[in-house]
Design a protein around this ligand. Sequence first.
Ligand code: AR6
Length: 168
Amino acid sequence: MTQIQVIPGDITQFAGDAIVNAANTTLMGGGGVDGAIHRAAGPALYAACEKFHGCPTGEARITSGFALPAKYIIHTPGPVWRDGRHGEPELLANSYRNSLQLTDEYGCQTVAFPSISTGVYAFPLDQAAPIAIRTIREFLRTAQHVQTVTMVCFDPVTEQAYQTALNA
Ligand code: AR6
């Protein structure tokens, strides 16, 4: 039985197999959830990320979770919102799909996502949430290991948007 959950909270506290980081293409840290994950995981995460020499938008890379309760961290740069006509929806779907693909390859059963691209990257939340839920649902139909995907929402407006998309 696979499922999608939407919960409020701080993703750094997620005690499952993997969490996803809304990174940038350098993978060298930043603000928002990325900054929180780097602070909580410790400096060894920075050293591990350096070895990738960046990551293109929509792709994903995996590291250990270091000091985090989660075993793995998947790093994916979501798209920066421009006007919606520069491939932003497809790139956002790629971030979710490629992150799930990696977690599945690593045998993870539980994985948590933040709301990718809807903070600093300004992707409209009402468009991002249905793309995320649809992509996760599609992936779960053929997943080998992943069973539960949790959207960890940092604020009530974000939580409501994903809850609405989940119930649509
Ligand atoms: N747990 C869960 N969600 C969080 C947390 C947390 N601890 N902290 C923030 N959020 P953002 P983006 C939410 O800006 O839009 C960074 O500088 C936040 O409220 O973190 O993909 C990177 O290095 C929002 O709902 O990511 C990139 O340069 C969501 O996470 C850039 O920001 C995403 O907001 C990426 O921008």
